[in-house]
Every structure is written in structure tokens, then in C-alpha cells.
Design a binder for this molecule. Structure first.
Ligand code: PLP
Length: 460
């Protein structure tokens, strides 16, 4: 298996960045029933090569510039294998003490690396700390549910008032906030952003005043550190001032860009983060830890425990008053030993290694930005602060949709677009730790060639 993994990874740069298969391809290659008799390992590997590999999109390719990065490192792959081999489910301390204790320790390491105040550390005073959730979406849902519960306690669980609860987030936020609010059964108000796609305190305040005049009750605000569309940073200090005045829960989705807090020079972008009730950074995006590993930090874990603590006899143990069981901090009961791969990554790269990767990818994005800005046919539409450049051909949406389609259909590089204020924009993300400057140049040449053909109406 280790050889298979190493061979696959070494071949990634040679793979087509998008698989050349049509939907339904797999059923034609594999039997439609499970084998009755056990088959050999060789047969498993043969089928893997024949049927699975052709349908794999190599997210770790140096030519993959879509979505946001998904981390891929040998340290994390080995941690994942070891986790599977140990096969323990540490939902309580006693269920596997190392699982809980390593998670507390690595979350404290991360909190310190991010420069978060002690209140978000297990070792600090109070009940705050970090927990590894499966995804950013799950963490945001948990924050919304805890916020609703806290407000309901304030209102003595009055169901009539529950129907008046309203959450706020910006028009640029990730869809997971909307999904979380829908699951929590409350109202959502989308707040307009400024000219740099940031949610600001004054617009939030205006929306809240309008809603309060209608008898609604603000209870939650979801801010973003690095939106998905354009990687915008909401004004956390302004938002936290409003949420404090209104006694709302503030949550920060820092899924991608939050990782950059490990580099002190980028912390100016998150001024005010220290006032939030919760935040989440997906280590599986930009911190070399393979999917999934979402680090969620809460100011007061009792807000989660009050909601999730259900205590059947089979889960009780004699140490539960000494150390908090993570089962009370999450929705499922079972949990993977995810801190193992996180710990192996932190040890193998060190803070410096992780900083280097982030700084290098930001430099590469700036290199790409520079080339786009020098070409008068294009415009850049975002502040390039992290590893994302949003750009477009000066012209209508159809032209840009065409460009995006042509580039992707050629399968040499891959990008995914976004719509921003009605404009179709191309998103270029530096996504793979394997990407070098020459790959950035290659991508730009490829885009330029297609743009040339399109603008001169020439077919290749
Ligand atoms: N928030 C932001 C800003 C994202 O970019 C993404 C995914 O790219 C998510 C949330 C969703 O993350 P997850 O898949 O971990 O739920």
C-alpha cells in the first residue's frame, strides 16, 4: 500500500488534471454485485488501476487551480493509515485516553500558532479550547445550534420567541452558513458588503435595527476570514463590537485563510478575532493535513456541552469530571483519532515548514496577479492577499464563461469560477504544494492562449 501511494503521488504531475471519463463509466468496468468469495489483494489492485484511477481527479496536481486547496502530505497520509490501524474511537477519555489528550494538546499548539488568546486553550483558565470536527460546515452548524440554545436559555425556552430568532452573515459567505441556519430552523438575513466584498459593522448594525423594529431577535453573526468567492476578510473588530452590544454569538469561518494566522505578518487581517465566541480553520485546506481536520475553537465549551450532553449509563466513566469528553462538543458520538495525523504533520514540518508553504503560495499568487495586470485585456477583481486571484477578460459574462470552459476542456489546468455581484469571474488558486513558479507561468500561458483564440475568434 505504501508503494502504491508513493507511485500514485509521484505520477500525479503527469496525470491529466481532469479525468477523461463520462458519467456512469465505472459500472461498465466493475461487476454489479459484490463478490461472493473473497478475492486476492492482487485482484483488488488490478481493479483499482483499471477502474478507479481513470476516474480520479488529482487535486494535488501542480496544475490544479480550482476551489480551495485540499492538503496532501505524506506525514498526514501516514497519520491516517495509523489511525485506521489503531481503530479506536475516542469519544470519551476512557474510550482511548491518548485520543482525547493528544487532541487537547495539538489544539492548544494550534491556538498558540494562530496567536489566539488563552481563553481558546484547554490549558488556559475557563472552559475554552479547541476540538477537531469533520468539516467547517459541521463546525458552523454547531456554533449556530449553540447560539440558538444560549438565546433560548436567555428567553426561558419560549417557543414563540424562537420563531423570531434571526442570524446574520454577508452575501459573500460560504453556503454552509445558510445551510446551518436552515438546519437550525431560524431566519437568516444576508448583509450587503462594501466595495471590497467585506461585511462591515455599519451595514450589520443597519440590518439589525431594521429587523428589531419588526420584532425579530438577533442571535448569531457568521463572519468570514477569506470568503470562497474572492477571499475577502470581514471587518472582525467592527462586527464583534456590534455582536457584543446585541448579545449575539459571533462565529468566524476561517476555513482557508485562517491558516495564514501562523504567519504573524498576516494577523493584521484578523483584528478583532480575539472577541469571537467560536471560529473554525480547516487544517485540511492549507495546513498540510489531509481531509478531514477542521479545528474549531470555542470561548466557552459549556455552551456546547449544555446542548449536547446526554448521558446514558454506557458512556459514563469515573474520570468525566476531570477532563471534558469530546463527545459533548460534537454531533456524532464516534470520532476518528484525527489529532494523530495533525500531530505528525506539526512534528514533521514544524511551524516554519508550514509558514514556508503558505508564504510561497501567496508569492506565487502575486506572481500570477502581476502577469494578469500586465495584460490590458484582463482585469483583477479582488485584493490578492492570499493564494487566490479572481480575474476576468474585460467584456461580458458569456465571454468569460467561454474562456473558463475552453481552459477546463483542454484539461491542462483546472479552475472553478464564481459569480460576484452578477459578474462571472475566473478563480485561480495556488492549490498544490507541488506547484512551482514554472507551473504558474504554464497556467498563465495556457489561459492567454485560449483568450487569444477566443478574442480573435480563431479555433485551435
Ligand atoms: N467555508 C469556506 C470559506 C470554504 O471555502 C469552504 C469550502 O471550500 C467551506 C466553508 C466548506 O468547508 P467544508 O467542506 O469543510 O465544510
Amino acid at each position: 500500500m505504501v508503494d502504491l501511494i508513493a507511485d500514485y503521488n509521484e505520477n500525479v504531475p503527469n496525470m491529466s488534471v481532469l479525468p477523461d471519463v463520462k458519467s456512469g463509466y465505472l459500472v461498465k468496468l466493475l461487476p454489479d454485485e459484490a463478490p461472493m468469495e473473497p478475492e486476492s489483494w492482487e485482484s483488488v489492485c488490478e481493479d483499482f488501476e483499471k477502474a478507479i484511477v481513470p476516474g480520479i481527479t488529482p487535486w494535488n496536481s501542480p496544475n490544479f487551480h480550482a476551489y480551495y486547496p485540499t492538503a496532501n502530505s505524506y506525514a498526514a497520509v501516514m497519520g491516517g493509515m495509523l489511525c485506521d490501524a489503531l481503530g479506536c474511537v475516542g469519544f470519551t477519555w476512557i474510550a482511548s485516553p491518548a485520543c482525547t489528550e493528544l487532541e487537547r494538546l495539538t489544539m492548544d499548539w494550534l491556538a498558540k500558532m494562530f496567536g489566539l488568546p488563552e481563553v481558546f486553550q484547554h490549558a488556559g483558565e475557563g472552559n475554552g479550547g479547541g476540538v477537531i470536527q469533520g468539516s467547517t460546515s459541521e463546525s458552523t452548524l454547531i456554533a449556530i445550534l449553540a447560539a440558538k440554545h444560549r438565546k433560548m436559555i436567555e428567553y426561558d425556552h419560549d417557543e414563540v420567541l424562537a420563531s423570531k430568532l434571526v442570524a446574520y452573515t454577508s452575501r459573500q459567505s460560504h453556503s454552509s452558513v445558510e445551510k446551518g441556519v436552515r438546519l437550525a430552523g431560524t431566519k437568516l438575513r444576508l448583509v450587503d458588503t462594501d466595495e471590497r466584498f467585506r461585511m462591515r459593522g455599519d451595514e450589520l448594525r443597519k440590518a439589525i435595527e431594521e429587523d428589531k423594529a419588526k420584532g425579530l431577535i438577533p442571535f448569531f453573526v457568521g463572519a468570514s476570514v477569506g470568503t470562497t468567492n474572492v477571499c475577502a476578510f470581514d471587518a472582525l473588530d467592527e462586527i464583534s463590537a456590534v455582536s457584543g452590544e446585541e448579545k449575539m454569538w459571533m462565529h468566524i469561518d476561517a476555513a482557508y485563510a485562517g491558516a495564514a494566522m501562523i504567519c504573524p505578518e498576516f494577523r493584521y487581517l484578523v483584528k478583532g478575532i480575539e472577541n469571537t465566541d467560536s471560529l473554525v480553520v480547516s487544517c485540511h485546506k492549507w495546513l498540510m493535513v489531509n481531509f478531514a481536520c477542521a479545528a474549531m475553537f470555542v470561548r466557552d465549551s459549556l455552551d456546547l456541552i449544555n446542548l449536547f450532553d446526554i448521558n446514558p449509563l454506557y458512556l459514563k466513566h469515573e474520570y468525566e469530571n476531570e477532563i471534558s469528553d469530546f463527545r459533548h462538543w460534537q454531533i456524532p458520538l464516534g470520532r476518528r483519532f484525527r489529532s494523530l495525523k495533525l500531530w505528525m504533520v506539526l512534528k514533521s514540518y514544524g511551524v516554519k515548514g508550514l509558514q514556508e508553504n503558505i508564504r510561497c503560495q501567496i508569492q506565487q499568487a502575486k506572481f500570477f496577479e502581476e502577469m494578469v495586470r500586465k495584460d490590458a485585456r484582463f482585469e483583477v477583481i479582488n485584493d490578492v492577499l492570499m493564494g487566490l486571484v479572481c480575474f476576468r477578460l474585460i467584456g461580458d459574462n458569456a465571454l468569460n464563461e467561454d474562456l473558463n470552459k475552453r481552459v477546463n476542456e483542454a484539461r491542462k489546468i483546472h479552475m472553478t469560477p464564481a459569480t460576484v455581484d452578477g459578474q462571472f469571474v475566473l478563480r485561480f488558486v495556488v492549490a498544490s504544494r507541488l506547484t512551482e513558479d514554472k507551473d504558474i507561468q504554464f497556467a498563465w500561458d495556457e489561459i492567454k492562449d485560449h483568450a487569444g483564440i477566443l478574442l480573435n475568434n480563431e479555433e485551435p
